[in-house]
Design a protein around this ligand. Structure first.
Ligand code: AMP
Length: 425
């Protein structure tokens, strides 16, 4: 029978890699707590409408990339392709607004998009992100951007760049869309079907096209920043002033629109030079329109999402590791039947004392057991043979210095705990 393989665009995280994942998650949780964000977890699937209505039908995610299926009761369900819509759905469904006017929420979650797999682009990938719900103030945008940058900075990621833009409010955007549509129609005489569709349905999306020929046309297109109504212009000005006073460097990019329909006002992206073509680490923005699109009342909000695989790739390319491989504190080596019969109870005793302990489970020769102890990376091997058993002591071998000491059964755990402490300080 053919041996089965994983699904294209998915990854197995093997033990060396899960160490990095765990360390990254710990880092995220610690820094989210510094900013007083609290974790939220939502189901891995949702009613398809949460995304169709939330993200918008004409976006790539909804029109091409979602894993959507019918369950047995013919309901249309979707594996979540992003977290902002589910978090807002959960926020409203659980009336979190009744607990406090402001909610600072964060998440760490797997997401699913049927994209063409390539380096840094997967079909199951992982994001952490923050959603700051309840404040329309530019200060909330700045708090969110500063948080996103803080996490990267503390990770030691270098060459991280922040680009910002505004997609305005509906009062600014709707008339601008018509202006842009008009410009694009006149300047792209024979658009490819996908471009024509975007011009018709979502003209802002044409602005972030990667097509070289289109880029020239786009460079001359009217800019939304030049057509903002006063309220939107003031919001954007305030965000920029506050970023400057916080000492955050950024560049403005009038073609940055982000893929999703729910954004209003500030949008931003953080990229890393350490990555290749897929250089975006994190994207975010304000999304005051989402709550209403999901059938609720208005809740102003701002957030970001960062790709964890890409962060690990960027760290790796900088030669940075977040965690050292875990090794057992001790490895138990037994010689002879009688000693071997005590293996399980010794392991239990060591572990109860808080020492990580391992042993041989193949009944191998002493030589092979030493080889295994070496491979495990442990600092101490505990040797128990007939003599040791009779006289109630262990020969404790320091694998690094190749020194050996006899330690009575009674004082073994204390001896090892002291050694361990002196090694960690
Ligand atoms: P988005 O939700 O599309 O704004 O993406 C936010 C971040 O998630 C990006 O900046 C990437 O770091 C990451 N990301 C998005 N799509 C993928 C994917 N298919 N594979 C891996 N990472 C992704």
């Amino acid at each position: 029978m053919k041996q089965l393989k994983r699904i294209k665009g998915t990854q197995d995280a093997l033990p060396e890699k899960t160490m990095q994942w765990q360390a990254l998650e710990k880092h995220i949780r610690r820094n989210m707590a510094l900013f007083n964000f609290r974790e939220i977890r939502t189901p891995v699937f949702e009613m398809t409408e949460v995304f169709a209505r939330g993200i918008g039908q004409f976006t790539d995610i909804v029109s091409k990339e979602m894993y959507t299926f019918q369950d047995r009761s013919k309901k249309s369900l979707t594996l979540k392709p992003e977290m902002t819509a589910p978090v807002m759905r959960a926020y409203m469904e659980n009336s979190l607004y009744a607990q406090a006017p402001l909610q600072k929420l964060y998440y760490i979650a797997p997401l699913f998009r049927q994209e063409n797999p390539q380096a840094g682009r997967l079909r199951q990938f992982h994001q952490y992100g923050a959603e700051f719900i309840g404040s329309p103030a530019p200060e909330a945008d700045v708090e969110t951007i500063v948080l996103a940058l803080h996490i990267f900075e503390e990770l030691g990621l270098t060459n991280v760049r922040l680009r910002i833009n505004t997609v305005g409010d509906p009062e600014s955007r709707e008339p601008y869309k018509l202006l842009l549509q008009d410009y694009l129609k006149h300047n792209i005489p024979n658009p490819e079907p996908q471009v024509a569709e975007r011009i018709a349905n979502n003209p802002l999306r044409v602005l972030d096209s990667k097509d070289e020929k289109l880029r020239e046309v786009i460079a001359g297109a009217p800019k939304l920043v030049d057509h903002l109504k006063e309220k939107a212009a003031e919001h954007y000005r305030s965000v920029k002033t506050q970023l400057e006073s916080a000492g955050v460097s950024y560049s403005e990019d009038p073609t940055l629109v982000r893929g999703l329909d729910y954004y209003t006002h500030t949008v931003f992206e953080i990229t890393s030079d350490a990555l290749g073509a897929q250089n975006a680490l994190c994207g975010g923005g304000r999304y005051d329109l989402l709550a209403r699109q999901l059938g609720g009342r208005d809740f102003p909000a701002v957030g970001f999402a960062a790709g964890m695989e890409r962060i690990l790739m960027a760290l790796e390319s900088q030669g940075k590791s977040l965690a050292r491989p875990a090794v057992p504190d001790v490895f138990l080596i037994t010689m002879g039947e009688a000693a071997r019969a005590t293996m399980t109870s010794w392991l239990a005793k060591l572990r109860r004392a808080g020492l990580s302990a391992d042993a041989d489970f193949l009944g191998r020769s002493v030589k092979a057991q030493f080889r295994e102890a070496n491979r495990s990376g442990t600092r101490f091997s505990l040797i128990l043979g007939e003599d040791e058993l009779n006289q109630k002591f262990f020969a404790v071998k320091d694998m690094k210095n190749s020194t050996q000491e006899n330690v009575p059964f009674d004082s073994l755990t204390n001896y090892l705990l002291q050694k361990k402490e002196s090694l960690t300080v």
